[in-house]
Design a protein around this ligand. Structure first.
Ligand code: NAP
Length: 295
């Protein structure tokens, strides 16, 4: 089958795109990306490319092969691929991490779709205003960002790009929160606070609490003590970037307290949809991708 999109190589029947990381075996991406490619009739296979650090340069170079559309990049290579591509999108540059590589006209372009993916997910849950050009505004909201690792970096830049009214970064190691706060403050003139002790958190109206730590993935624990979560009123939205397990300790606690809450599957969906659009130049079939994730 041929595709009508001139962004895609026309001569090669079997196109490839895949996920670069270590490990990759547990990824949900093949599930919904393959469903999307099949749905729009692009004869491409979404593959899992397990890549130890020593093979990263060779792997990225292989994306320049004629039949390759590009790749997703996951842990632990999102930062390391930055110097390996030809062009880095300004947002990815500011975040310091790439999760999507596009192969176009013999060049490799690096993007970060985790950040806008989070904003699209929040908009889907009724948080913020999504405009016709795909931009989300979070004016009037206070964001409490838990974590200062890779995912939190993307979130911090996304939230400030969306003009959140106030950003509070809470991380176990205070110096990482302070460093991230100082970095986002360079391109954002609103207030940014850093904390390591959650007991100092003061609730604000229209708060969004975002867990970007890995706490809750492997243990029945939450980065926010119940008594701190209990201070927030019912217009608070709690978002846990963790999607496996689908119900974390923090989400269960939030829902028990009557707060609206969601897990990270919606962010996974939207970052993937944006990657799909960058590789193919076509609108992502969101309903099909969503169904493939059983969302
Ligand atoms: P990372 O770079 O390793 O950062 C881990 C963060 O978790 C750091 O802020 C770390 O704090 C904190 N942390 C780890 N263990 C902790 C503990 N026991 N108590 C308190 N804080 C702890 O990881 P990442 O790449 O940012 O990923 C974070 C999470 O986001 C993962 O669960 C990942 O699956 C999820 N994620 C989801 C999506 C999605 O599409 N839904 C996308 C990206 C990531 P310190 O700095 O103090 O060590």
């Amino acid at each position: 089958m041929s595709t009508s999109n001139e962004r895609l190589p026309q001569s090669t029947p079997h196109l490839r795109v895949g996920l670069i990381g270590d490990p990759v075996i547990h990824s949900y991406s093949p599930r919904f990306q393959q469903a999307a490619l099949d749905a729009v009739g692009i004869p491409a296979h979404y593959e899992l490319w397990h890549t130890p650090a020593l093979q990263l340069v060779e792997r990225v170079r292989s994306l320049c092969e004629g039949n390759c559309l590009g790749a997703n990049v996951t842990i632990p290579h999102k930062e390391a691929v930055l110097p390996l591509v030809d062009h880095v999108d300004p947002l990815a540059e500011r975040i310091g991490a790439i999760n999507t590589i596009v192969h176009r006209d013999d060049y490799l372009y690096g993007y970060n779709t985790d950040a806008p993916g989070l904003l699209h997910a929040l908009a889907e849950h009724g948080i913020g205003q999504l405009s016709y050009d795909g931009k989300v505004s979070l004016e009037g909201y206070t964001a409490i960002l838990l974590g200062a690792g890779g995912a939190a970096r993307g979130a911090a830049f996304a939230l400030t790009e969306a003009r959140v009214t106030r950003l509070i970064i809470l991380n176990r190691h205070l110096e990482r929160a302070q460093l991230l706060a100082a970095e986002v403050q360079q391109s954002y003139d609103g207030p940014v606070f850093s904390l390591s002790d959650p007991t100092f958190l003061i609730p604000h109206a229209s708060s969004i609490i975002i867990n970007a730590t890995s706490l809750g993935m492997h243990e029945d624990a939450s980065p926010l003590p119940a008594e701190v979560l209990g201070r927030f009123n019912t217009d608070t939205f709690v978002y846990d970037m963790i999607y496996n397990p689908t119900q974390t300790h923090m989400l269960i606690q939030a829902r028990t307290m009557g707060l609206r809450a969601a897990n990270g599957l919606s962010m996974l969906l939207h970052q993937g949809a944006l990657s799909f659009e960058l590789w193919t130049g076509m609108a992502a079939p969101l309903a099909i991708m969503r169904a493939a994730l059983a969302l």
